[in-house]
Design a binder for this molecule. Structure first.
Ligand code: SF4
Ligand code: SF4
Length: 444
């Protein structure tokens, strides 16, 4: 079986972001493949721990994908603070004489180093066009865990049944775990010791770009990378959950057009047409309830930096940009961004936001940012496996209620000729329920 069919059969999707199906992403000819080991979301450690513990597997996955795409080079981009991982990777490269084919690229500890557009610019000096993807400039970028999964699928035909993730924040002992897909937050949170607040909420996927999860019965998916536990009353949670009426009203009265939000915007600095201070200006000149019609928000990736770090007035231009993008979609408006002769800002290298400063600014400075991998076996009573854990269409169930399934068995398949990914049982058990959005397996 060729590599792309192997990846497809294993149900592999991007493990660090929105879950783009890897059999589509990797099925391209490029000159460079980058392993994204930046892990720039504060307090998350799962990529760092994986690179430390599974360097051989990650390099194995990179070698397979570079060969498949005829890439001249595979690059592992990671931060200088990950010394142990760098050492291990270098040892493997030297022992297998991979010099030239596989390189290590050291990046600084800044946010958002893991944004693939920023990464391609920093590592290769190429500018991905607005609205484009790294493939447009001859590059594939994917998360550390994706390469690990590709190697496992190639070596042992193992499908994706488990997920690595970090639990940090208001817990006794931050920890990184390997858990069966479909376990609930409540099944694993105790492995990080006591929860130290009485009103916990869970920031899924980190702090800056997280979705806030209130229900501990929420199941883990192929894209879950970690949970930061905070009190619902934490200042950062309060800021993240501001309602549009509030952030628009305050933004309208307090923005002084200093433009710091733009000057630190990582996409503006790589040369894209995105200027959040102009989005704020549109707000100043329109009624609070009007849609925001502006082209200056369309390139926003909602990294959160302008609102949670840059703005000296503690306004939320990031939310304004997200709101303006939604207004444009609702109004059927498309803004054509400049795509030619893009140039990074001359100050781009000097305006990077150190992760430590960001952590302090958002009030996460007091938490332990070390969460070692513990490969403890997790035996849940049941798992809830969502049918849509990826970009594209939900998978279609192949099992029926009462059926016995084995870990690794295909239980739902991607819709015919549609973008999607296959889904496998993550434990041995019996199918106890099939919902519109999930298959529930009770452990034997
Ligand atoms: S940084 Fe804040 S005050 Fe300055 S222009 Fe942006 S939103 Fe307005
Ligand atoms: S959230 Fe702000 S800083 Fe981030 S891309 Fe959007 S405008 Fe730029």
């Amino acid at each position: 079986m060729n590599l792309i069919d192997t990846i497809k059969k294993a149900g592999i999707v991007g493990a660090g972001g929105a879950g783009f199906p890897s059999h589509v992403k990797m099925n391209a000819k490029v000159d460079t493949i980058i392993v994204n080991g930046a892990e720039c979301e504060p307090l998350l450690c799962k990529d760092k721990e994986m690179m430390k513990n599974f360097a051989e597997e990650i390099i194995g996955g990179l070698l397979l994908t570079t060969a498949n795409s005829s890439a001249k080079c595979g690059i592992i981009a990671l931060k200088s603070k990950n010394k142990e991982a760098i050492e291990k990777m270098n040892e493997i490269i030297a022992a297998n004489k991979l010099d030239g084919r596989i390189k290590i690229h050291i990046i600084g500890d800044y946010y958002p180093a893991g944004d693939e557009v920023v990464m391609v610019s920093d590592v290769l000096g190429r500018i991905v066009p607005p609205g484009g993807i790294p493939l447009n400039v001859g590059v594939i970028v994917s998360n550390v865990e994706t390469f690990y999964n590709i190697f496992a699928a190639y070596k042992t035909s193992a499908p994706v049944t488990d997920k690595f993730l970090t639990i940090a924040g208001e817990v006794e002992h931050p920890i990184t775990l390997k858990v069966p897909i479909g376990v609930k937050i409540s099944d694993i949170i105790g492995l990080a010791g006591k929860t130290l607040v009485s009103d916990p909420v869970y920031m899924s996927g980190g702090a800056m770009m997280s979705e806030i999860v209130y229900d501990a019965e929420t199941p883990i998916t192929k894209t879950s990378s970690g949970y930061i536990v905070l009190s619902a009353g934490h200042k950062f949670i309060q800021r993240k959950t501001q309602k549009p009426a509030q952030f628009k009203k305050v933004g309208k009265s307090a923005c002084d057009q200093c433009s710091y939000c733009t000057e630190f915007c990582p996409r503006y600095l790589v040369g894209h047409q995105i200027e959040p201070h102009r989005v704020m200006r549109t707000l100043l000149m329109s009624s609070q309830n009007d849609p925001l019609i502006t082209k200056w928000a369309s390139g926003c990736v909602e990294c959160g930096l302008c609102g949670f770090y840059s703005c000296p007035e503690d306004l939320l231009p990031n939310f304004m940009c997200a709101s303006a993008k939604r207004d444009a979609i609702a109004g059927g408006l498309k803004f054509e961004a400049k795509k030619d002769n893009l140039k990074a800002h001359p100050m781009a290298q000097y305006r990077k936001v150190p992760t430590k400063k960001l952590i302090n600014k958002i009030g996460l400075g007091g938490y332990n940012d070390h969460a070692e991998l513990n490969l403890i076996e997790i035996k849940p009573e049941s798992v809830t496996i969502l049918l849509k854990q990826h970009i594209g269409q939900p998978a279609e169930p192949l099992v029926s209620i009462g059926e016995t399934v084995k870990k690794g068995q295909l239980i739902a398949t991607m819709a015919e000729n549609k973008l999607g990914a296959d889904i496998h049982a993550s434990i041995d058990g019996t199918v106890s329920s099939i919902r519109k959005d999930a298959i529930i397996i009770k452990a034997v």
